[in-house]
Design a binder for this molecule. Structure first.
Ligand code: ATP
Ligand code: MG
Length: 569
C-alpha cells in the first residue's frame, strides 16, 4: 500500500470522550470512526486488523470441525416467544416492526435461530454431533455503551452452537472448543486466561470465559500461582481458614462509638484492625423477610455467591432502611449478629474469629470481645466473600492473585434449555425421539481488536502483535523526493517485498521523516525499514522493531531473509 494513495488521518490530540487507551488510539490512528452512540465505522486500516482476527478464528474453527453458516441479523419474535426470552430479555433487545406490523428483534445472539435451524435439519443421531458457527453482526442496546468497540451496541461476534445426543458428547465438544479458543488467542499473541464463570440465569453445567489480561479490564479475575486455576471473582472459591478459631479471652462489652458508621471508622475508634471486626449486611429474603450476612471487616460480600443460597432473593437486593429497622430496631451502620432473630449466614473467616467487634443493634454503639457460641449462637458457615490476593488457591496448590481482564470469549454448556423449549429432537439408535444437548461458544471479534491494543501499546501508540498488524512492515524512505537513489531503492524494495507476500505500508509521501515515524508508531506497524542516503553509502538499511529502543542494520541484499527472521507470523 502506498500511503500517498491512502487517506491516513491521524489525530495528534486525544479525543475528549475516549476514556480508555484503546479507544483513544483507535480514533487517533483512524481505525474507527463514531457514527452514533455505540455505533462505529471500521475504516480501511481498522478493517484490515479485524479481518486478520477473523481469519485466525475461522481457521481454528474449521480445524476443530465446526461448519460455517450465516444467519440473519433480524429475527422473528415468535422464536423468542417460544424460548421464553422475548419477555425475559430487557431493553437490551432491540425490537422492531415491519410494514405488516409483525414483530422482530435485531439479534443480540442466535440461540433461537440456530435451534430453529437444527430442529428442521437434524433428524437422526447419525447427524450428531455437529457444530455450526458464523461471524455475524449483533446488536445489544447496552445501557451504557463505552470504551469504543469494547462495549458497543453493534459489534461483530463469532458465535458457534453445537448439538449432541448426550451430555458426554457435549462435554467432548466443549473441550474441543476450549482447545480451539486456546489456539486462537495464542495465535493472536495475546496474554490471556481461561476462567471459570457463573452460568447465571441461563443455567447449564459448565462455563468458562477467556480474558485478555489488561489493567483497564472491566472484570476482576482470581488466578493461582501454583497451577492453572483461574476464576471470575464472582466464582472464585474462598477456603475456610486452615487454623481453627482461637479461644475466647475477652469479656463481652458494649462501647459507645458515636458516628462510626463504616468499618474503617469503627476500627480506628476501637484501635483494632478491620480484620478483628465483622460487618453485618441485611438483604431481602426470597419469601419477603430479610436475611443477614456476616463477613469479616476487611472482606467484601460476594453477591453471586450470596444470591444462590436458600432463602435469599435472587438477584440479591439489599434490605431497605425500613426493613433493617424492623428486623433490628436500629439504623444501618450499627447492625450486628448478636441477638438477631433472623436467618444468619456467616462467612467462614468471620466465623473463625474470636474476641471480635460488631454493631450492637443500638444507635452509636458497638460490642467488643464478642465470641461465637458464648455470646451468640453459631451461624450457618458459608463461602460468601470475594477472595483477596494472598488467599490459598482452592485447588490446594499455590496462592491466589487478582488481575484485571477483558472478556473476549465465552464457552458454555447450555444443556437442553433451548432444545427443550423449542422441541429440537432427533431419533436415537432405538428410534426413540430425544431432546438434543447444546453448547454455545462466542468470541467478541471487534472487542478482541480493542483488547489487543489495551495489552500492547506505549506512549507513542499501538504495538500490534505480528498476527494482527494491519501491515507487517512499514517502508520509510528519507528525502524520497530529493534523492534518486533513495527513491529507486525504496521502489525496488516495495516491489520485492510485495512480491514475496509481505504486506508493506510504503510511506511515499513528501513529508518529514519525523511525521512519517510518528504515524508509523501510532499505527503500530511491528517492523520498520528506513531507506536513507547515509546507510545506503554503507550498503545497509536501518531496521527497527516497534518495541526496540534502537535501530539496527539490515543488509541491503537480503532484506526479505532478514525480515522473515524477525517476523513471528
Ligand atoms: P459482557 O459481560 O461483557 O457484557 P456478555 O457476557 O454479555 O458480555 P456474551 O453473551 O458471552 O457476552 O457474548 C460473547 C462475547 O461477545 C463476549 O465474550 C464479548 O467478547 C462479546 N461482547 C458482548 N457484548 C459486547 C459489546 N457490547 N460490545 C462488544 N463485544 C461484546
Ligand atoms: Mg459472557
Amino acid at each position: 500500500m502506498r500511503v500517498s494513495a491512502y487517506p491516513i488521518v491521524s489525530l495528534r490530540d486525544v479525543p475528549a470522550d475516549a476514556e480508555v487507551v484503546s479507544h483513544q488510539l483507535m480514533l487517533r490512528a483512524g481505525l474507527i470512526r463514531r457514527l452514533a452512540g455505540g455505533l462505529f465505522t471500521w475504516m480501511p486500516m481498522g478493517l484490515k486488523v479485524l479481518r486478520r482476527a477473523e481469519r485466525i478464528i475461522r481457521e481454528e474453527m474449521d480445524r476443530a470441525g465446526a461448519l460455517e453458516l450465516l444467519m440473519p441479523t433480524v429475527q422473528p419474535a415468535e422464536l423468542w416467544q417460544e424460548s421464553g426470552r422475548w419477555d425475559q430479555f430487557g431493553p437490551e433487545l432491540l425490537r422492531i416492526k415491519d410494514r405488516h406490523d409483525r414483530l422482530y428483534c435485531y439479534g443480540p445472539t442466535h440461540e433461537e435461530v440456530i435451534t430453529e435451524v437444527a430442529r428442521k435439519e437434524l433428524r437422526s443421531y447419525k447427524q450428531l454431533p455437529v457444530n455450526f458457527y458464523q461471524v455475524q453482526i449483533k446488536f445489544r442496546d447496552e445501557i451504557r455503551p463505552r470504551f469504543g468497540v469494547m462495549r458497543s451496541r453493534e459489534f461483530l461476534m463469532k458465535d458457534a452452537y453445537s448439538f449432541h445426543l448426550d451430555p458426554a458428547s457435549l462435554a467432548e465438544g466443549y473441550n474441543r472448543m476450549f482447545d480451539a479458543y486456546t489456539r486462537i488467542f495464542s495465535r493472536m499473541q495475546l496474554r490471556f486466561r481461561a476462567v471459570d464463570a457463573d452460568t447465571g440465569s441461563i443455567g447449564g453445567n459448565r462455563s468458562q470465559e477467556f480474558h485478555v489480561l489488561a489493567d483497564s479490564g472491566e472484570d476482576a479475575i482470581a488466578f493461582s500461582d501454583g497451577d492453572d486455576y483461574a476464576a471470575n471473582l464472582e466464582m472464585a472459591v474462598a477456603l475456610p481458614p486452615a487454623a481453627g478459631r482461637a479461644t475466647a479471652s475477652q469479656a463481652l462489652a458494649e462501647v459507645r462509638t458515636p458516628g462510626t458508621k463504616t468499618i474503617a471508622d469503627v476500627a480506628a475508634f476501637l484501635k483494632v484492625t478491620a480484620d478483628r471486626c465483622v460487618k453485618t449486611l441485611l438483604v431481602e429474603g426470597s419469601d419477603g423477610g430479610v436475611v443477614a450476612f456476616v463477613v469479616r471487616g476487611d472482606h467484601e460480600l460476594n453477591a453471586v455467591k450470596a444470591q444462590k443460597l436458600p432463602g435469599v432473593a435472587n438477584p440479591l437486593k439489599m434490605a431497605s432502611a425500613a426493613q433493617v429497622a424492623e428486623a433490628t430496631g436500629c439504623e444501618p451502620g450499627f447492625i450486628g449478629p448478636v441477638g438477631l432473630n433472623i436467618k444468619v449466614y456467616a462467612d467462614h473467616s468471620a466465623l473463625a474469629l474470636a474476641d471480635f467487634a460488631c454493631g450492637a443493634n443500638k444507635a452509636d454503639h458497638h460490642l467488643t470481645g464478642v465470641n461465637w457460641g458464648r455470646d451468640l449462637p453459631g451461624a450457618e458457615a458459608v463461602d460468601v466473600r470475594n477472595v483477596v490476593a494472598g488467599d490459598p488457591s482452592p485447588t490446594g496448590k499455590g496462592t491466589l492473585g487478582i488481575a484485571r481482564g477483558i472478556e473476549v470469549g465465552h464457552i458454555f454448556q447450555l444443556g437442553r434449555k433451548y432444545s427443550e423449549a423449542m422441541q429440537a429432537t432427533v431419533l436415537d439408535e432405538q428410534g426413540k425421539s430425544v431432546t438434543m444437548w447444546m453448547g454455545c461458544y462466542g468470541i467478541g471479534v471487534t472487542r478482541v481488536v480493542a483488547a489487543a491494543i489495551e495489552q500492547n501499546h506505549d506512549e507513542r501508540g499501538i504495538i500490534w502483535p505480528d498476527a494482527l498488524a494491519p501491515f507487517q512492515v512499514s517502508l520509510v524512505p528519507i528525502n524520497l523526493q530529493r534523492s534518486d537513489r533513495v527513491r529507486e531503492t525504496a521502489e525496488k524494495l516495495y516491489a520485492e517485498l510485495t512480491a514475496a507476500g509481505i504486506d508493506v505500508m510504503f510511506d511515499d509521501r513528501d513529508a518529514r521523516p519525523g511525521v512519517k515515524f510518528a504515524d508509523d508508531e501510532l499505527l503500530g506497524i511491528p517492523h520498520r525499514i528506513v531507506v536513507g542516503e547515509k546507510s545506503l553509502d554503507r550498503g545497509v538499511l536501518e531496521y527497527r522493531h516497534r518495541r526496540a529502543a534502537a535501530s539496527e542494520e539490515c543488509p541491503l541484499d537480503d532484506v526479505i531473509g532478514f525480515l522473515r527472521g524477525r517476523m513471528q507470523s
